[in-house]
Design a protein around this ligand. Structure first.
Ligand code: H79
Length: 426
């Protein structure tokens, strides 16, 4: 493609694998959508607005001057950064990415480029991004910013607002110069180490605007970016939204971001919370295809998470406490599609460790791990270390399992194999 969307300079490209090493190891992160839209939880003038939440301003065609008033109602007194980050950590998440500015143009940090921010325009007056950056640093959680670089429904040069005709429009380039570029520079210089800069969502822009946004991430040499800055800009990793790819994608680094419920931002009426089983199996499914899971939660206007989210994060954490070895640092399954669950793999000294995640426990106790031609050194249940009997057959390895599944979400069996793993049709 054109030089407009050129790759990163050679010197940085060479270290991409190094920069991605922690991310690949981490596998699991928390995504957070939080802003002044969270005050009403998707409702406008007391009524439920379809597909609203963080899109409320757009869905309600709310004029800028009217939407600004939500800032005066944003006072999340229940927010405690240490507690919030602690919950992510307890769930087994290794990083946190939060909306520094969503499409509505409201800055959740003490922006020096726009007074429409959490310190200057709300009764709360606290720099939420700074508090989270510090809490993450303290608790060993990597920290990243989501930033809507194209759509900004508040600035007269931002994209996306076609309903407020009262504003005197300026160019997108001017919006980048006045707001986006200085804000990004501030986020990448005043908030400590930033591990991820998460662009959303790509639209056409001039070379000047692209170069300015693109070069600003160079302020933190180790920062990881996704593929949503510009149309053909690959970034460091690919982002899938809401849907898990049915097969392992060809991309070296990729993630699936997905809300824990129906929407990204807090919604008062949200009946679509995913079950703990679905959430844990999603994490396993994504890991088995070599990707990361960025699971979104939605703080309310008061700054807390709904009990449905807290409960789910804690259940995932309980599962991870026993089984995280089967997730962190693993790579995609080397096996063909498995009827009963998923597999992740790790290279170990002189061999391979396979982690079999059994979703459907066999009623006859016989589990076939297809296509493996190697003898097994050892097989055991990860939860208790109980050894599992194995037999090499024409079709692969047959395991003899106890009658009951040890885990209702996903029972993990480890298989260690000496030497090179041989997989194929017999
Ligand atoms: O931040 C989250 C979304 O707000 C944002 N990306 C994720 C991570 C996003 N921006 N655009 N889109 C997602 C896709 C746009 C979907 C739309 Fe709609 C369909 C826009 C209008 C119709 C969904 C449904 C949003 C409003 C109604």
């Amino acid at each position: 493609s054109s030089t407009l969307f050129a790759q990163k300079p050679e010197s940085r490209e060479q270290t991409r694998d190094e920069r991605m090493a922690w991310w690949r190891e981490a596998k699991f992160g928390m995504f957070v959508h939080w802003g002044v839209y969270s005050v009403t939880g998707g409702q406008y003038k007391g009524k439920e607005l379809p597909n609203s939440a963080e899109w409320m301003m757009n869905r309600g065609n709310i004029p800028i001057a009217e939407y600004e008033k939500y800032a005066a109602r944003f006072n999340p007194v229940k927010f405690d950064a240490a507690e919030f980050v602690g919950l992510a950590k307890q769930a087994g998440m290794k990083y946190l990415v939060i909306t520094a500015k969503h499409h509505d143009g409201f800055s959740m940090f003490h922006s020096t480029a726009s007074p429409y921010n959490v310190v200057d325009a709300t009764p709360f007056k606290r720099d939420i991004m700074k508090e989270l950056a510090e809490a993450c640093q303290e608790q060993g959680i990597r920290f990243g910013f989501y930033y809507s670089q194209c759509q900004d429904w508040h600035h007269p040069g931002g994209m996306g607002n076609n309903w407020d005709k009262t504003i005197q429009r300026v160019s997108f380039d001017q919006y980048v110069r006045d707001k986006a570029a200085p804000e990004i520079k501030q986020l990448l210089t005043e908030y400590g180490p930033i591990s991820i800069f998460w662009w959303d969502t790509p639209r056409d822009m001039s070379k000047e605007a692209f170069d300015s946004l693109h070069s600003s991430t160079g302020l933190q040499p180790d920062v990881i970016t996704n593929d949503r800055l510009g149309k053909d800009y690959p970034g460091d990793h690919k982002t899938f939204e809401r849907k898990i790819p049915p097969q392992a994608p060809a991309d070296k680094y990729w993630e699936v971001c997905m809300p824990i419920s129906g929407s990204w931002g807090y919604k008062k009426i949200d009946t679509d919370f995913k079950s703990p089983t679905t959430l844990i199996r999603n994490l396993v499914d994504i890991a088995s295809k070599g990707g990361n899971y960025l699971l979104n939660v939605s703080p309310t206007g008061e700054g807390n998470l709904l009990p449905q989210s807290v409960e789910r994060l804690k259940l995932i954490g309980q599962w991870m406490k026993v089984n995280s070895e089967s997730i962190y640092g693993t790579s995609a399954s080397p096996l063909p599609k498995l009827a009963w669950g998923r597999c992740t793999a790790k290279s170990v000294d002189g061999g391979t460790m396979l982690y079999l995640h059994v979703f459907d426990w066999p009623s006859d106790g016989k589990l076939l791990v297809p296509a493996i031609k190697n003898d097994v050194r050892q097989a055991s249940l990860l939860a208790h270390g109980t050894e599992v009997k194995t037999r090499l057959t024409d079709l692969g390895i047959e395991l003899t399992l106890p009658g009951e599944a040890p885990d209702p979400y996903a029972s993990v069996i480890t298989i260690s194999i000496d030497g090179e793993l041989e997989v194929g049709i017999h």
